[in-house]
Design a protein around this ligand. Structure first.
Ligand SMILES: Cc1cc2nc3c(=O)[nH]c(=O)nc-3n(C[C@H](O)[C@H](O)[C@H](O)COP(=O)(O)O)c2cc1C
Length: 215
């Protein structure tokens, strides 16, 4: 076993910061999510809005990456990206996705599952318009997920686009928002001796079924 591997093999953390009971959670998961997200933001957890996004390709191969949650409302969760990226192609082939937040300082994890679709063009336009100019040029200049010959190839695209767009920078058609509609949530609170609390919500014909899962 390598040195780092040996080190992580022995790492042990006990979780003691909180408890989660099926008797205390909100009857709908979006309110529980809002409460926990607020607590994560209030606790100034770095990158509290970042989540793992899991997608599945046309060949049924899963992949994951971190993206930023930019907006949420009821069971709808928005993020922004390049529609022609690897995740964009996956989503075109399979609209089922998973999300996972980890807030270590609160010893909490939230998992969600649902289906995703492109956000309304107007919503993407609005979000794009408030991004700094450098990020707008970045969106135009990055053929996200494609192979680049070298760093210079990217930098020359940035130069080209900086010269091209002098006034208002429009949103590229290949870039915009996605909205995930969640139909499953799981709230995980770390507890002592790996006996964690896990409360799940399943959407069953429009009703939320709340269950406790074994840790
Ligand atoms: C903290 C963090 C936040 C990120 N936020 C985004 C994001 O909001 N949108 C995005 O397209 N990529 C974001 N990325 C980059 C993605 O993880 C990923 O590299 C990129 O989207 C390409 O993924 P794909 O090839 O699977 O499509 C972020 C990465 C990190 C580490």
């Amino acid at each position: 076993m390598g040195e780092v591997s040996q080190h992580i093999y022995q790492l042990r953390e006990d979780f003691m910061k909180g408890v989660l009971s099926e008797h205390d959670v909100f009857p709908v998961p979006s309110l529980q999510f809002e409460k926990w997200m607020k607590e994560a933001v209030d606790a100034r957890i770095p990158e509290a809005q970042a989540f793992h996004l899991g997608t599945v390709s046309a060949e049924h191969k899963p992949s994951s990456r971190i993206v930023y949650l930019r907006e949420f409302d009821d069971d709808q969760f928005y993020f922004y990206t390049n529609y022609q990226s690897r995740k964009g192609h996956d989503i075109e082939a399979n609209s089922h996705v998973s999300m996972c937040f980890f807030w270590p300082e609160l010893e909490r994890q939230v998992r969600l599952e649902g289906t995703v679709q492109k956000a309304e063009a107007l919503k993407s336009d609005t979000y794009f318009s408030v991004r700094p100019a450098e990020s707008k040029i970045g969106a135009w200049s990055s053929p996200q997920s494609q192979v680049l010959k070298d760093r210079e190839a990217l930098e020359s695209l940035v130069k080209e686009n900086t010269a091209k767009f002098t006034g208002d920078i429009p949103r590229p058609e290949f870039w915009g928002g996605y909205v995930i509609t969640a139909s499953y949530y799981e709230f995980w609170q770390g507890r002592k001796s790996r006996l964690h609390d896990r409360i799940s919500y399943k959407n069953h014909n429009g009703q939320w079924l709340i269950e406790r899962l074994a840790p």
